[in-house]
Write a protein that binds this ligand. Sequence first.
Ligand code: PLP
Length: 395
Amino acid sequence: MTENNIVIEPAHRIAAFKPYFFASLAKNISELKEKGIDVIRIDMGSPDLPPEDFIIDKLASAAKNKNAHGYTANGGTPAFRLAISNYYKRRFNVILDPATETLGLIGSKEGLFHLAQVLINPGDLVIIPDPGYPVYSASTKIAGGEIYTLPLRAENKFLPDLNEIPENIAKRAKLIWINYPNNPTGATADLSFFETIVDFALKHNIFIAHDAPYVDICFNDYIAPSILQIPEAKNISIEFNSLSKTYNMAGWRLGMAVGNKDVIKLIHTYKSQLDSSHFGPIMEAGIVAMEGDQTWLSKRNQVYEKRRDIVVKGLREVGFELNIPPAAIYVWAKLPQPFTDSYKFCADLLNETGVSTTPGDVYGNFGKGYIRISLGTETSKIEEAINRLRTWIKQ
Ligand SMILES: Cc1ncc(COP(=O)(O)O)c(C=O)c1O
């Protein structure tokens, strides 16, 4: 109720939603900082490192062009979409028609959300991994869809077991979400898994959305595949990808959807009703990122790998159970005895040591008892955070 006693009645589709977890966490953290507590954030997956200078230089020089400040083509300029197609050819040997099989997004998150708006009618069923990135379920709920939860379990290397899906669910489902390399578990999928899920989806006529923003953050010799490497995949799937993590450009908001042309067209139509595309110089710099020197990425990945090893070693020493992630920027760890409640664990750890981690439940019920640690923070701070956590647990 406002001061004038006017009641603002929210629409049903948003009334039940709480603010996004990280928005309320940010509020708690600023209160702690005001009290003088030195907070170290290893909760959020935002890369701390910048893109290479040649990318930033391109943004600056392109922005100096007096003709570069108007509206641009919705869904990305033809040059940006061509760069997406070239990236897929170079990186995965996948051929995409830039005009019909690629779409530029204002960060991939908007595309994930739009997909439910263009495919899901009230009552339609969507199969969602648990744990999983919260946008899959939020977008389904806002579209009025129903959710069938597909558990990702440690004993199955955090891959879904498609045999667990009952026949009646497979018959009804319209969409299935997958995400590899995975947030929050750090798990990976190989081409044989993609082949299996494409066969399953074709058999049951279920559209696959593969969310793949971490494909270029891989450790040792691992190289993450694209689902579009499976020959029939384009008939039944799209893949979301992003420059946020690959090129340390999370704040720039450059993403993409690629694959099935009918669904790409639907998302494009939907987008054209609600946004007016992106700033041209940002797309120009994105093109340079995708087409320019790529050698800096392996050095950047070595930085993440070092951080991963610090976290893995420190957590194992105090009894956390975890798999060493071959990719992405997260360590997913099961709480040691006697801890069981992840929300309480993360809140107590934050209040008593200033170290902010993410409770596994944020990603679904199968995340209960886990925490997620992000590697997107300076190495020395990660070291300090893990030391504080270890001392706190041992006390
Ligand atoms: C699994 C997953 N999908 C999508 C996104 C969104 O990325 P973008 O910055 O491209 O919107 C994230 C960001 O953290 C993510 O973890």
